[in-house]
Design a protein around this ligand. Sequence first.
Ligand code: 1CP
Length: 327
Amino acid sequence: MPYTPVWYMRQAGRSLPEYRRVREGIEMLTACATPDLVAEITLQPVRRYGTDAAIFFSDIVVPLRAIGVDVDIKPNVGPVMGAPVRDRAGVAALRPLEPDDVPYVTEAVRALTKELGGTPLIGFAGGPFTLASYLIEGGPSKNHDRTKAMMYGEPDLWHELMDRLTEITLGFLRVQADAGASVTQLFDSWVGAVAPQDYRTYVLPHTKKIFEGLAGLGVPRIHFGVGTGELLGLLGEAGADVVGVDWRVPLDEAAVRVGAGKALQGNLDPAILHAPWEVIEGRARDVLDRGRVAEGHVFNLGHGVLPSTDPGQLERLTDLVHEASAR
Ligand code: 1CP
């Protein structure tokens, strides 16, 4: 590529008027199971911004719902479980995901890869800690207290749950890659809540298995979490090709923490998009400069696009990244 590639986590959805229009009156998980709508929403930000990748429109709880978990996405809340998973029976009910469980994913990915031509489609899944937290807490959580109670108090049950989530996640990523997705990203968004020694014991064996399982598919693997400054080395160790960095650690420092042989993705603070353009431009150039230290850089935000973001600023930012990094 003649410039640094750029896309944005959560580039589809909430901040786009064209998204709000097509979603009117349609529940989130219904939208995720409707291939025409999935394809349209996935393409909207690529058309508007000219990003170098599309991210598949879905959600991290889609594979859970597909294997029979009673989960819904409540507007302005997020994923909510009908019955939180807190014991052996709950864990035992989590069966592996088969391609037949998500025919609408295969159909939408196929249509999209055709439509996108040379633009890569990024498939994704939730990381095991993040999925475990939603299942155990029953919904979004600030402190992940029940999750950690199981992790520390019932380690055998914890590892059994993580084993099952690892299989489900691998299944979901395989379906997307088999249908044509050319990149995968594991969003372990909330794993920054655990200390490094606990990541090593309770999470790393599972994320390693996921990246090993993806190795044969020939798609680049991205690994991302929020607040993971102290975990960056471990996220690299888990086996991804690219480590996503939030805005709290500058990319030149992140490159040292992640270690050799990995590319970095990130890491403009999403809130900076609410600042005057001059501020956005200065900070974006700084991200590009620091990213040059890494062995490969994919420009992105440090987390998802905030719903209140002016799409015009993202359009300008995309052009800036292309111009400023042209070689
Ligand atoms: O009705 C709606 O519009 C609901 C809002 C919404 C949307 C647009 C949710 C509910 N999910 C999504 C789509 C989504 N989710 C995408 C599609 C790609 C895109 O928008 O460009 C992706 C990649 C996700 C992944 C996701 N879902 C993550 C990981 C990424 C991240 O932001 O860290 C997480 C943690 C979720 C859970 C979730 N789903 C929805 C919400 C509001 C949340 C977060 C709730 C919480 O704070 O715990």
